[in-house]
Design a protein around this ligand. Structure first.
Ligand SMILES: [Zn+2]
Length: 290
């Protein structure tokens, strides 16, 4: 079983699976509660099986993942092995990305290799603010080189984050680590590594657009913000000169595909560009073919 591109209307590039079958969550309980309060979200955390059903009902596919920030959070995430196995059981709608904790050094490199070769993940999710690392720092070059050789993309959080928002010190998370300019350094040193800058990079939207314009191996996912709040510069780039590099994404459970698509329709993109952003660009990036 694999994704039938003709059977789906869209590929959500950014869906979190925050909980596993044993009830273990991506973040420690207090942080999870703070995030739910910030987002005012009534979306329940979904297991990988529930996530598959959710997308199948909508005739969509989704890239699913959790985040391993064990060192910075002092908390191990929900099981990545379970998440990936669940995605394989639902391969008509789910595409699994892995995650490693960059602060674990050589062990992170080996774990990235294991997740691709043994588990079959199709890319990796990173969140520099939550994982507490500077992607441009020299010490992470071996990790980026390994993933470049594995020939899978990385999806990296950029900009402001809901994680820790509204708490004293923002839970200790540093927004500066999610400046997309740090990824420009990575893209320059690793030209064969495909880098997806996740979200509209608030407050560094112009930086992200410049990077995506300059570096062939960079992309932008439009997740985490309703299209209603996209800056005019982002809408212009997505409609015209960067239309081949823009990717639909929601950041489920923070934002639902129903809401995102309704608000995106309000921007009245041409059908051809809409199709590229919702599905065709992701299919090309992920190597899916019809
Ligand atoms: Zn995310």
């Amino acid at each position: 079983m694999t994704i039938d591109l003709n059977a789906i209307s869209a590929i959500d590039m950014h869906a979190h699976v925050h909980i596993d079958g044993s009830g273990r969550t991506a973040s420690p309980p207090q942080l999870t509660a703070a995030m739910a309060a910030y987002f005012g979200s009534s979306e329940p955390p979904r297991t990988v099986e529930q996530t598959a059903q959710y997308y199948r009902e909508r005739g969509m596919a989704a890239v699913v993942f959790t985040i391993d920030a064990t060192t910075n959070l002092g908390h191990a995430p929900n099981s990545i092995d379970d998440l990936v196995a669940g995605a394989h059981r639902n391969a008509d709608v789910l595409i699994p990305f892995g995650s490693v904790d960059p602060l674990q050094g050589e062990a992170a490199v080996e774990e990235a290799q294991r997740q691709v070769t043994e588990l079959g993940v199709r890319g990796f999710k990173f969140h520099p603010s939550v994982q507490g690392f500077d992607p441009s720092a020299e010490e992470f070059t071996p990790l980026w080189s390994a993933i470049e050789q594995l020939q899978v993309p990385i999806l990296v959080h950029t900009g402001q984050t809901g994680a820790g928002a509204g708490t004293p010190g923002g839970w200790g998370f540093r927004l500066s680590l999610s400046n997309p300019m740090l990824l420009d350094d990575v893209a320059a040193r690793h030209p064969d590594l495909q880098i997806i800058m996740a979200h509209p990079s608030v407050p560094w939207q112009d930086e992200a657009i410049s990077i995506a314009t300059h570096k062939l191996n960079t992309w932008i996912d439009l997740s985490g913000w309703s299209p209603k709040y996209f800056s005019p510069a982002l809408v212009r780039a997505a409609r015209t000169y960067l239309k081949h590099k823009m990717l639909f994404g929601t950041d489920l459970p923070a934002l639902t595909p129903d809401r995102w698509l309704r608000d995106f329709d309000g921007l009245e993109f041409p059908d051809e560009v809409r199709a590229m952003i919702l599905k065709d660009n992701a299919a090309r990036l992920l190597g899916l073919s019809s």
